[in-house]
Design a binder for this molecule. Structure first.
Ligand SMILES: NC(=O)c1ccc[n+]([C@@H]2O[C@H](COP(=O)([O-])OP(=O)(O)OC[C@H]3O[C@@H](n4cnc5c(N)ncnc54)[C@H](OP(=O)(O)O)[C@@H]3O)[C@@H](O)[C@H]2O)c1
Length: 328
């Protein structure tokens, strides 16, 4: 096998970003799409020039036409369909948030081991050169000792009937976009926090429309994260150390023309840090291809994903109970 044959599990909006990335990668091809509805699948396949369309998810999984699936389902279906796909021997790239509980993550990891399948969370921003460079700055000592990571991901959710507003689907701003600041904090701090506290504004829909959290790490390092569906689009990240701080104005949604990463040293003028342009979704796809075709371990490990989900569920527990939640 020298090309990965991909099947898209659903006609989700987010597919529009993954289809061009798979085409650009040279080692993969989208060969099939499945929808709950046959007409939807046929129309989608025609629009995106996908050779095969299936009117049920199961039909695609048992078709023998694909090697891997991309799961862009609502959050509450990620674990179930990842496990179903792996039980058919298919590799899985599953959208963030990977799952809604640590128990689900463990079941997914067990299924990947049992069936010898590559399994990864589609956290595209972690693969982009910008984040690799930010990690080198933070971990290479140039900022001094890291004291604080601050990060925000907000936007206005205008559509009323959206999977993000349904509590039963794993809706909520933390599950949707707050997971990015949480993941960034874990990446920079090198592991999960020791304890967390969290606060949420619950909307009429029953999901957190705004969330803010404080995460406390070993060595008395702190992260502040927040997310919202209620404000104009705003995202930022700042890594603050004893020798200076690193600021990123587009940490997660890397638009090349607007992106800026800057080092503000303790003394002297701010320094712009150059970042190579790269399509945002390419890295996660190429990582899957090297894992499947060359047997290379995934860049984003399942341990990191597991710790990340554990932290997010602890944040929700903290907000629900109004208590500090201990993780270690
Ligand atoms: N990494 C990123 O940049 C990024 C960006 C956006 C979203 N995401 C993630 O991608 C996932 C999908 O988000 P999206 O905005 O693309 O969602 P979406 O457009 O609402 O698509 C979800 C799809 O799931 C299928 N589905 C199955 N059961 C469903 C149900 N009960 N209700 C609604 N849809 C159902 C539908 O496909 P069929 O009708 O074809 O079966 C639907 O098109 C989420 O997990 C989200 O967090 C990631």
């Amino acid at each position: 096998m020298n090309t990965v044959r991909w099947g898209l599990l659903s006609t989700a909006n987010i597919n529009r970003r993954i289809i061009p990335a798979i085409a650009d990668s040279q080692r993969g091809k989208v060969v099939a799409v499945a929808s709950r509805d046959d007409e939807t699948a046929q129309a989608y396949a025609a629009k995106w020039e996908i050779p095969h369309a299936f009117g049920s998810y199961d039909a695609m999984l048992t078709s023998d036409l694909i090697d891997a699936v991309y799961i862009g389902l609502p959050n509450h279906l990620h674990a179930e369909w990842s496990i179903r796909a792996m039980s058919k021997g298919l590799h899985v790239l599953c959208e963030k948030p990977f799952a809604l509980s640590v128990e689900e993550v463990d079941q997914m990891i067990a299924a990947s081991q049992r069936n010898n399948c590559v399994l990864a969370e589609a956290f595209m921003y972690r693969h982009h050169p910008q984040m690799v460079i930010a990690g080198e700055w933070a971990h290479g000592g140039r900022l001094g000792d890291i004291c604080v990571v601050r990060s925000v991901f907000n936007f206005t959710l205008q559509i009323q009937h959206n999977i993000r507003l349904n509590p039963e689907y794993g809706g909520g701003s933390l599950w949707d976009v707050g997971v990015y600041p949480v993941s960034l904090a874990q990446f920079i701090m090198g592991g999960p926090p020791r304890w967390v506290s969290g606060f949420q504004r619950t909307g009429e829909t029953g999901v957190d429309e705004t969330f803010a959290g404080i995460l406390h790490y070993a060595g008395d390092r702190i992260a502040q994260i927040s997310s919202s569906f209620r404000t104009p689009f705003y995202t930022t990240a700042e890594v603050i150390g004893t020798q200076g701080r690193l600021t990123l104005n587009r940490p997660f949604v890397v638009l090349d023309e607007e992106r800026k990463m800057t080092f503000h040293p303790r003394d002297g003028e701010p320094i712009e840090i150059p970042v190579p342009n790269e399509e945002l979704y390419l890295g996660e796809v190429e990582d899957m291809h090297t894992a499947i075709l060359d047997g290379t371990p995934s860049y984003l490990t399942l341990d990191e994903t597991r710790d990340h989900i554990r932290t997010v569920t602890a944040l929700y527990q903290a907000a629900r109970t109004n208590k500090v939640i201990q993780l270690d």
